[in-house]
Design a protein around this ligand. Structure first.
Ligand SMILES: [Zn+2]
Length: 588
């Protein structure tokens, strides 16, 4: 782990766990700590807590806890060295050259760096083509026609890939080898002739950035009638379409601030909405939403308004996304834009024709997803039994995904009313569906309920926090064997050992030697609200433990007396009993 003086230790000292965790979880200040919805289990009320003073986190729901590295390892599913690297990067701390990395890793890393660099060069190439060429002028005219002016072009880095066949390739060829060029997805290879050529030709280019704002791919729209209309970068070592949401790098702040995200289909839609001054918009980019995209979104908010195209493809994309979002416990609303004139309106067209205020108004009024779905079901033929069955089958899977039983039941009633169905029949169908669902997560009894008496809790906290006297306290506890036999004995033993070592406490290292129940209890205690501990308090806690020790001894002595020992022993026992009783009486 983070050994004292190591690079990992230095990074940990400079890193602020609240800031690092805050990039993944919306944190709210509660007292001296911060809390938010746990990213490791699904919940509706926050039980995930971060302590800026102790630089640790703990979830009272699922029991995950630790330091900033434990958090990153869990979150990014990576090993310790990678977690150190991630935290260092986030905090802008230069990473010393790693000699221990395997040659393959180094090579892959190098390749990724080069690919990012190549995308940056391609980007400036495309931008220049749009600005300064004859072909680019036609592209500019097209964009202008779609309402995208100079400002928007600059703001979203829109460019143009010319028709020549290999102008970009010629630009990149001198700097990058063939394999890398093909790996980038910017260049294709003709199967029969083996010749290389530009993947994107005669297309408007939209740079796609990853979450940290680095261009990793392009989405391109044909300028003429070329097919396909939209062509994107393929999967590459730096780009996986299911991990990226268009505009996420710029939407993050707005999403966090507004506590909801608007999800649209294409980059033109995202651009139109963002230009209307609504920055918390992301696009899934043609593909239907993927699990990892939802996870990415979930780091910033649990509320989404889905605003896909109103055509059939958009509707089914909406419905697919709905299922996925509901599974991940998102609160979802759906904005289905009304037609503009006789045209079905996507966000781009709607805002262009009706203006941003009209859009904002509809956004505010966007109904919960179930209303949207009921409206869809009502468009089906409900005059026949067959039609009704069809409508119910359409709705059931969504209702099933509502995690809350009461809500589920409320929706069942509403659906029955709206579709004029007999409620008992619908409920029967629902519970049948529910029965087929995976049963709820069972709480593991062995992980629950280790408790500690207030005195023990207080002492544990002092051993962890009271820099002024924790060493002395540890000494006293150890000398008098005061914690032996307590339920919390193991926690005490670990903390005493750490305190006697005379170094600042590393809660995670102490936790590492404990079993699961003790580890949880330790974290829970560390997150209790409490005043600065004093030595007087410590002494009265010690006294309380001494008394408890005396009570235990007294009970032992009493048992021995009752088991009828021989006379000489009896005398000693009686004396001992007297002494213990005196001590206890004095304490009261
Ligand atoms: Zn949790």
């Amino acid at each position: 782990m983070a050994e004292a003086g190591s690079f990992a230790d230095k990074v940990k000292q400079q890193a602020d766990i609240v800031r690092v965790v805050g990039e993944y979880v919306r944190l709210k200040k509660t007292g001296k700590d911060f809390s938010g919805l746990c990213p490791f289990h699904q919940e509706k009320t926050p039980s995930f807590t971060v302590s800026p003073t102790k630089q640790i986190f703990y979830c009272f729901g699922c029991g995950k806890g630790g330091d900033v590295y434990n958090f990153i390892m869990e979150m990014e599913k990576c090993e310790f060295p990678d977690a150190v690297r991630v935290v260092a990067e986030k905090c802008g701390i230069a990473i010393p050259r790693q000699k221990e990395r395997s040659p393959e890793e180094r090579k892959e890393n190098q390749q990724r760096t080069l690919l990012v660099e190549m995308h940056r060069e391609a980007q400036s190439f495309f931008v220049k083509q749009l600005e300064g060429t004859l072909e680019g002028k036609a592209a500019r005219a097209y964009l202008e026609d779609r309402g995208i002016d100079k400002d928007a072009i600059a703001r979203f880095g829109i460019g143009y890939a010319p028709s020549g066949g290999d102008p970009l390739l010629r630009n990149l060829k001198s700097k990058y080898n063939e394999k890398l060029l093909v790996d980038s997805g910017l260049v294709s290879r003709d199967q029969s002739s083996g010749r290389f050529f530009d993947r994107f030709r005669r297309r408007i280019t939209f740079p796609i950035s990853n979450e940290s704002g680095k261009i990793v791919a392009f989405g391109c729209r044909a300028l003429g009638d070329d097919q396909p209309k939209y062509l994107n970068s393929p999967e590459t070592p730096i780009y996986s379409k299911s991990n990226v949401l268009y505009h996420m790098d710029r939407a993050k702040e707005g999403i966090r601030r507004e506590d909801f995200a608007i999800l649209v289909e294409g980059y033109m839609d995202a651009i139109a909405v963002a230009r209307a001054g609504i920055s918390n918009v992301v696009a899934s980019c043609g593909t239907s939403l993927a699990d990892s995209q939802i996870k990415l979104l979930g780091r910033f908010t649990r509320r989404v308004i889905v605003n896909y195209d109103p055509d059939a493809a958009g509707q089914s994309a909406t419905e697919r996304s709905l299922s996925l979002l509901l599974e991940q416990d998102f609160e979802v609303r759906v904005l289905a834009l009304p037609p503009v004139g006789d045209k079905k309106a996507d966000p781009d067209l709607f805002i262009r024709e009706k203006g941003k205020d009209a859009y904002l108004k509809l956004l505010k009024e966007a109904p919960p997803y179930v209303d949207y779905l009921i409206a869809r079901a009502r468009q089906m033929d409900l005059t026949t039994g067959e039609g009704k069955r069809h409508a119910v089958n359409f709705l059931l899977p969504y209702v099933q995904k509502i995690p809350n039983r009461i809500l589920r039941s409320e929706w069942a009633t509403r659906i029955a009313q709206q579709l004029r169905l007999e409620e008992p029949v619908l409920r029967a169908a629902l519970s049948k569906a529910a029965a087929e669902r995976r049963s709820e997560l069972k709480i593991q009894p062995e992980l629950m309920g280790r408790s500690a008496k207030p005195v023990e809790r207080l002492l544990i906290r002092m051993l962890a926090e009271a820099e002024g006297f924790r060493r002395e306290l540890a000494q006293q506890l150890q000398n008098a064997r005061l914690y032996h036999g307590l339920e919390t004995e193991k926690i005490f033993a670990a903390l005493v050992l750490a305190s006697l070592a005379g170094q600042p406490l590393q809660a995670t290292e102490v936790a590492a030697v404990l079993d699961e129940r003790d580890r949880r209890l330790l974290f829970e205690i560390l997150f209790e609200e409490a005043n600065e501990p004093t030595w007087e308090e410590a002494m009265s806690c010690i006294e309380a433990l001494q008394n408890r020790q005396a009570e235990r001894e007294l009970a032992d002595v009493q048992r021995s007396i009752e088991s009828n020992p021989t006379a000489p022993e009896m005398r000693g026992l009686l004396e001992k009993k007297q002494e213990l009783m005196r001590r206890l009486a004095a304490a009261r």
